[in-house]
Design a binder for this molecule. Structure first.
Ligand SMILES: C[S@@+](CC[C@H](N)C(=O)[O-])C[C@H]1O[C@@H](n2cnc3c(N)ncnc32)[C@H](O)[C@@H]1O
Length: 504
């Protein structure tokens, strides 16, 4: 605990520099302190003993994945990333698929065991290392055994690589500790009945707490959202999941915190790859966009998820919407940086930019798929960055109204879907209110006000495929979605996502 506390302390001092030290000396609270205090109160009560590991991960630099730009020098970029030891996510998913087939009672005997899969992963990594040695020292030939390998290439397996990370001893200790404690907690997991079975899934709008915001404690505040619910609800397993054929996402294996090289300029003038939090790839991936579909990204800026949708090469039309002009301009710049046919695409209306409040969009029943990546408390940002921090005292009302804004956006997006169409709702918050709570509120509202019913798609069987890459929250703690939780050995997220299909 002491080590973890020291890490948090050092990380935050390092981030916020001299100003923070002065604040600390004066014993003054800054926005990050406020955010942490609020999370300690609220998430401590939701996640119990597991919160301290999530907290440590939130306060530590997060992990990226690299998305290869299909409009650049794709093959060179892939080999550059592989040479550096990164693994194509698709290979990891194929391995997981083989493993799951081996353990699924229905398919027992047809698959392979965990050790065989681990051997395959080792072989995959070794092959990539050999390829790099061969590219640096061509005379060494396949294997290059007699050559002195560069430091970065020495590792033959994950444990050795972890040992040699450049992170501080404190970081390594806390990483090991996180792994050990997580195993213990997984074994003795207690699902809080309040969150596990219903309780906080029932809310009322924030105007009912008007005037009380300043004195109601964070965890107390949310009790005021509770109300009764009555709407037809169907939850059914998602039948299939296909990783898009043309999409190349690269990651380092769990426990490996290596950095990716910065993007390069390709021959076509665009950037070679885009770095993003790996968990952000899941909402657009689970949208499962099909060729010819019309898609809306309702809260699109700065644009990482929109870019991923375009990299699948599946879309007929993508509408990128955001309420803020400056952020929409940022998204335009991103698209110009990555799409060599940006101008033609926009002129042909395959890519459309729209600046609206997503609650007011009125192209009802027009979209096959919608990504609803709403504004939220951005939990990782608010504990690390003072600027643009929603925990600034003057923004308290705005913060407490976030669930209402999210529910308004999601409700309207359900109306924008054609019957039979699907959306993925997502946040980068650990708050059950902003996650399952908002899904519940929106399903109720859209039924009561517009007679629309929907089906929740249970993605848990498919998120299993990603469990070598991400740490997922136990599905029992969630009712309508899945969530990647911050975890030191795989420090992605948080990212909650729920897939909803509008009933015909
Ligand atoms: C979490 S960010 C979206 C991140 C983006 N999907 C990505 O992957 O880069 C939320 C965005 O929603 C926008 N936003 C906030 N309120 C909105 C509203 N009422 N309608 C549409 N966009 C909104 C914000 O300007 C912000 O850019």
């Amino acid at each position: 605990m002491l080590i973890l506390r020291n890490i948090c302390w050092l990380q935050r001092r390092w981030k916020s520099g001299g100003k923070k030290r002065w604040n600390v000396l004066q014993n003054k609270k800054n926005n990050c302190d406020r955010a942490l205090e609020s999370f300690d109160d609220f998430y401590g009560s939701v996640y119990g003993g597991r919160w301290k590991n999530m907290r440590a991960a939130l306060l530590t630099r997060h992990k990226y994945i690299a998305m290869v730009n299909n409009f650049g020098d794709t093959e060179q970029t892939c080999s550059m990333l592989e040479t550096d030891g990164a693994i194509n996510m698709k290979s990891l998913i194929n391995l997981a698929q083989e493993r799951l087939q081996g353990t699924d009672p229905a398919l027992k005997g047809q698959g392979q065991n965990r050790y065989e899969i681990d051997d395959k992963l080792d072989a995959l990594l070794r092959k990539q290392q050999e390829r790099e040695v061969a590219s640096i020292y061509p005379s060494a030939g396949e294997g290059g055994a007699a050559v002195q390998m560069p430091q970065q290439l020495k590792y033959d397996n994950v444990e050795e690589k972890e040992e040699s990370q450049t992170e501080s001893p404190d970081f390594k200790q806390s990483l090991t500790k996180a792994l050990e404690e997580d195993v213990k907690l997984d074994e003795h997991r207690l699902v809080d009945p309040q969150f596990g079975t219903g309780g906080l899934y029932e809310y009322m709008p924030a105007h009912s707490i008007k005037g009380m915001e300043d004195w109601v404690a964070e965890s107390e505040h949310y009790k005021y959202y509770q109300t009764s619910a009555d709407f037809p609800l169907r939850i059914e397993p998602e039948t299939s999941f296909h990783f898009p054929e043309h999409l190349a996402l690269y990651t380092y294996e769990m426990g490996n915190c290596s950095d990716f090289k910065a993007p390069k300029k390709c021959l076509t003038g665009v950037s070679s790859h885009f770095l993003m939090d790996g968990a952000s790839t899941l909402p657009p991936l689970f949208l499962q966009v099909q060729p010819g579909e019309k898609v809306l990204d309702a809260c699109a800026s700065p644009g990482g998820k929109s870019l991923l949708l375009l990299q699948t090469l599946h879309l007929d039309q993508l509408v990128c919407n955001d309420i803020q002009e400056s952020r929409l301009n940022r998204l335009r710049r991103l698209m110009q940086e990555f799409l060599f046919d940006y101008k033609q695409r926009s002129a042909a209306r395959h890519l459309i930019f729209s600046q609206s409040d997503a609650r007011n969009l009125d192209e009802y029943e027009q979209y096959d798929k919608i990504l609803v990546d709403v504004p939220c408390t951005t939990d990782r940002h608010v504990v690390m960055e003072q600027d643009n921090n929603i925990f600034k005292p003057s923004r308290i009302k705005e913060r407490l109204r976030i669930p209402e804004l999210q529910a308004g956006i999601l409700t309207n997006c359900l109306r924008l879907l054609r019957p039979g169409g699907s959306l993925v709702y997502s946040t980068c918050s650990l708050s059950p209110i902003q996650n399952d709570g908002v899904v519940h509120m929106a399903l109720q509202k859209v039924f009561v006000e517009h007679g629309i019913t929907a089906t929740i798609k249970d993605l848990s069987r498919h998120t299993e495929l990603f469990s070598d890459i991400f740490k997922f929250e136990h599905p029992k703690g969630l009712k309508y979605g899945q969530m990647v939780i911050p975890y030191l050995p795989a420090n992605f997220g948080p990212m909650y996502f729920s897939k909803i299909t509008r009933n015909v």
